[in-house]
Design a binder for this molecule. Structure first.
Ligand code: ADP
Length: 626
């Protein structure tokens, strides 16, 4: 029979499995049992709509068989099975699995992590086996096929003889080495433990022939006998008594189900009885999945009714801004044949979604108040999503989310909430000041920030969505958000304002000339007394700030906007006198200075420069003329 080659990427992952130094090899069993359980779920699911499929819950099972002589371990299920084509496609390639992306991004790093980070699925069988066969009979047709492989050199597919629908996977265990006794995986107690540890909640019985002792009739002696025993309790974790669940159980369930092998940040397990009844087991992950901020990330919760999985990603249960939540909802209050389409309109689903949202919010607020470090970690991973939530849908959800925001404070030198900012304000303080930039350090150096931060606390906005979110919120606790780089950010006293106005009126001719030189680039040129040590800055007037200009123009659309900018020159800086002098004595030099000053102001703001060559030439001219 002709051997087929694995696709390159599968080969690499397979290689990794075969040569794995991962110590936790036992997880192969969890993976295979999960696949078996998924396959039964699938059959059950299909039978809801296709009446020709024979499905009886009580007939469904997963079996583990051991053969010590042949050193084989067999995992069989009564699930949907695979056709020849499916065997080829599902086991010949690693398709959607996250492991590959991970591998590509992290090539060269320790291979231990790949297993730690993602479910590795079927291929993990090769961590303990030198050969694997999969015989499968799909519910879709009347044939069965055998897929067989000894590892990276390829696989074969041939016709099989399996009569019942389902899949049987046989593992030919590797030879024992000094370090690893693969034959342990044939040991009854070892298998019992592994199954209990990882797969106890699996909702179908996992049966295995085991040896037990019993007392002989009419005698005090004991005898051994074998029986088929169900090893898992089958009670879904979320249905168990909270008091009897250990943290480890919650974590194992999480990693097994959601392929995240980092502990979740928070577990929420609750039971609601009221207008609608449901049980929820929800998790806040400790980090964003690699594709979280990409289009292909799908939000949603697993939805069960009467213990039957109805949908694996019911997206209507979660608002977009909480799309990071993972978990399970179990309710008897929805129809079994609910579909993605009808789910949206279901009254009870809406009630559940609303109730869940409230619970998540409360949990986050509690975390914010009681465990700041944890909240910081959460915010680092998912804060951006909250800000998008505020900005999206024309700000309809802003009030639900604004309490969850945090920004770096110029005073506290750490993240603070908007409430913490406004709580410190006096009645007469009307504004919440903020500044935008690439990083805290860069913002701290902005000319406009320097002066305001002496008097007021300034929030530093480092993410491009930040200012859009604050503009959407508009006011918080009756205080208005003010960008220190905007004309509203002027915090001078009436006296100071009067003083500088006089100065500007007197220098009108000079300033008009500068404006003339800079043409459409600036709306105005003014002297200012707002800057401390910096010579120049750009200040935006109107709704569009300089940082918003940067963000919008960086987007891949044709729409380009420009903030209406005023060039301000520090009247207390030497450069002001120099300009005045040149204006009188040397118009040519005055023009050069004007241009350089404008370019500088753009550079400080992090704005692009249209003509760097001109800047360079001007600078050299000025330097050479000294
Ligand atoms: P994953 O489970 O993450 O999709 P796997 O490598 O474990 O990745 O499995 C690949 C695919 O093979 C599964 O998605 C499923 O379609 C199919 N499969 C695996 N085991 C079984 C099984 N016991 N019965 C039916 N299909 C299976």
């Amino acid at each position: 029979m002709k051997k087929k080659e694995f696709k390159t990427e599968s080969k690499r992952v397979l290689d990794l499995m075969i040569n794995s130094i991962y110590t936790n090899k036992e997880i192969f069993l969890r993976e295979l049992i999960s696949n078996a359980s998924d396959a039964i779920d699938k059959l059950s699911f299909m039978s809801l709509t296709d009446k020709s499929i024979k499905y009886k819950k009580s007939d469904m099972e997963i079996r583990i068989d051991r053969d010590k002589d042949k050193r084989t371990l067999t995992i069989s299920d009564t699930g949907c099975g695979m056709t020849e084509e499916e065997l080829e496609n599902n086991l010949g390639v690693i398709a959607e699995s996250g492991s590959l992306h991970f591998k590509e991004e992290n090539d060269g790093k320790k291979d231990v992590n790949i297993i730690g980070q993602f479910g590795v699925g079927f291929y993990s069988a090769f961590m303990v086996s030198k050969k694997v066969t999969v015989e499968s009979h799909s519910y879709k047709n009347d044939k069965s096929y055998i897929w067989e492989s000894e590892g990276t050199d390829g696989y074969t597919i041939s016709e099989g003889t399996k009569k019942d629908i389902g899949t049987t996977i046989t593992l030919y265990l590797k030879d024992d080495t000094d370090d690893i006794k693969y034959s342990d995986y044939l040991d009854e107690y070892r298998l019992r433990n592994i199954i209990k540890k990882y797969s106890d909640y699996i909702s179908y019985p996992i049966k295995m022939e085991v040896t037990n002792n019993r007392k002989k009739e009419d005698s005090d002696e004991y005898e051994e006998y074998t029986e088929l025993e169900t090893l898992n309790s089958m009670m879904p974790l979320w249905k168990k008594d909270k008091k009897k669940i250990k943290e480890e159980d919650y974590n194992n369930f999480y990693s097994d189900k959601f392929y995240d092998y980092d502990k979740p940040l928070k577990v929420m397990h609750f039971n609601i009885e009221g207008n609608v009844n449901y049980t929820a087991l929800l998790y806040i992950p400790s980090h964003a999945p690699y594709n979280y901020y990409m289009k292909d990330y799908e939000k949603g919760l697993e939805l069960y009714t009467n213990g039957v999985l109805i949908m694996d990603k019911a997206s209507d249960l979660l608002p977009d801004y909480y799309s990071f939540i993972k978990g399970v909802i179990d309710t008897d209050d929805i129809p079994l044949n609910i579909s993605r389409e009808t789910l949206q309109d279901d009254k009870n689903i809406k009630l559940i979604a609303k109730s869940i949202e409230g619970k998540i919010k409360k949990e986050l607020i509690d975390m914010l108040n009681e465990d700041r470090d944890k909240y910081e970690q959460f915010y680092k991973a998912f804060g951006m999503q909250l800000k998008f939530g505020i900005y999206n849908d024309y700000g309809i959800n802003k009030d639900k989310l604004s309490d969850l925001l945090m920004f770096y404070s110029s005073k506290e030198k750490k993240n603070i909430t908007l409430k913490e900012y406004t709580d410190k304000l006096k009645e007469e303080d009307k504004n919440i000041y903020y500044a935008c930039g690439e990083s805290v350090d860069k913002i701290d150096m902005l000319p406009q920030v320097e002066r305001v931060k002496d008097k007021y606390e300034v929030l530093y906005l480092t993410e491009y969505v930040d200012e859009f979110a604050l503009k959407t919120i508009g006011t918080y606790n009756d205080k208005t958000f003010i960008n220190v780089s905007s004309d509203q950010g002027d915090i001078s006293t009436e006296e100071e304002k009067e003083e500088i106005k006089k100065e500007n009126d007197e220098s009108k001719e000079l300033l008009d000339k500068m404006k003339d030189i800079l043409k459409d680039n600036v709306k105005d040129v003014k002297f200012t007394n707002e800057l401390k040590s910096h010579p120049v800055c750009l200040v935006s007037e109107g709704e569009v700030s300089t940082s918003m200009e940067k963000v919008i123009n960086a987007m891949p659309t044709d729409e380009k906007i420009s903030a209406s900018e005023v060039l301000k020159i520090n009247i207390n800086h030497k450069i002001s006198n120099k300009l005045k002098e040149l204006f009188k004595t040397n118009k040519e030099e005055f023009e050069k200075y004007t241009k350089v000053i404008y370019y500088e102001a753009r550079l400080i703001e992090g704005l692009p420069i249209d003509n760097p060559t001109e800047l360079s030439n001007l600078m050299c001219d000025i330097m050479a003329s000294k």
